[in-house]
Write a protein that binds this ligand. Structure first.
Ligand code: LHQ
Length: 265
């Protein structure tokens, strides 16, 4: 790792055994996004887009919160801001990079996830949360609509009725409720959260990364494709997977009744 990342203040970044861990690090502000945090997060994601040795990314937060969205303290008085510009040059740029990273991204929601923080989490590939954590679409409470693709992903995850109600009312959704609704994958007891997340990352890192990389995007693509087009897309992607080392290894391991040793390509 280069020194530049070690000097980061608002995002901690660590790479070890093919796992990259990104930790939002403004615990006093529940990891709300400052200008610096946008930039440091961008640099980290950009590094990951180019690092194909990484086979699992873990995103989490320091302290008692995951991320409280945009830092509302950075806005001075009644000064008008171009929020479109803020989105394009901050969150959207970073979300696009998150999609381009080959490895699956696990989001370990260690505490409250509000506003953009909630939707960054929901844009990850696998989302788990502490049972004590909650998700808040806080936007309408300050006169905004959900961003960070919240309006795209929420109705797909939990249906339009719930999506509209929780965003219009700003209702907090506890982790177990989020699981019941299909918003996230798992709610985990706080006491065993770190250990369970570690097991999850260790499981993913040993799986066939190239195939996971295709899985990461093909579900999203399905929303734009017609039925027949999508069959064609699956056929083309499966053709590529079929030529991979990991497919040969997976089949060989099955037939030899042993554990596969995937290399990620
Ligand atoms: C915060 C924040 C915060 C600064 C807690 N900022 N300090 C927006 C505009 C621009 C561009 C486009 O995108 C967006 C997207 C968005 O993200 S809009 C939504 C922004 N986020 C919110 O509206 C959430 C605001 N926060 C809260 O409602 C609460 O803090 C939650 C429900 C998250 C947590 O409540 P508590 O557990 O009671 O904690 P707290 O409120 O006491 O917060 C602890 C500290 O964190 C406190 O600082 P202090 O110095 O008083 O201890 C808060 O001021 C600070 N903090 N969120 N977004």
């Amino acid at each position: 790792m280069t020194d530049v990342f070690q000097n980061f203040e608002t995002v901690k970044y660590n790479k070890n055994d093919h796992i990259a861990t990104i930790t939002f690090n403004r615990p006093d502000k529940l990891n709300a996004f400052s200008e610096t945090m946008h930039q440091e997060f961008y640099a980290v994601l950009n590094d990951l887009v180019n690092d194909h040795s990484i086979r699992c990314v873990l995103l989490t937060g320091a302290g008692r919160g995951f991320c409280a969205g945009q830092d509302l303290g950075e806005r001075q008085g009644n000064e008008k801001m171009d929020l479109g510009d803020k989105l394009e040059n901050g969150y959207n740029k970073n979300l696009r990079l998150m999609k381009s990273i080959q490895a699956p991204i696990i989001c370990a929601v260690n505490g409250v996830a509000a506003g953009a923080g909630a939707n960054i989490a929901l844009n990850c590939d696998i989302v788990v949360a502490k049972k004590s954590a909650k998700f808040i679409q806080a936007f309408s409470s300050i006169g905004l609509i959900p961003d960070c693709n919240g309006t795209w992903i929420l109705p797909k995850l939990i249906g339009l009725a719930r999506a509209k109600a929780i965003t219009m009312l700003g209702t907090p959704v506890m982790a177990e409720q989020a699981v019941e609704w299909g918003m996230i994958y798992q709610a985990i007891d706080d006491e065993v959260f770190d250990a369970e997340v570690k097991t999850l990352t260790e499981t993913l890192v040993a799986r066939p990364t190239r195939a996971l990389s295709f899985i990461k995007n093909i579900f999203d693509e399905s929303y734009n494709n017609r039925y027949g087009e999508h069959l064609d897309r699956e056929r083309d992607v499966q053709r590529v997977c079929g030529l991979s080392h990991d497919f040969s290894e997976g089949v060989a391991a099955f037939n030899e009744k042993r554990k596969p040793e995937f290399k990620g390509h």
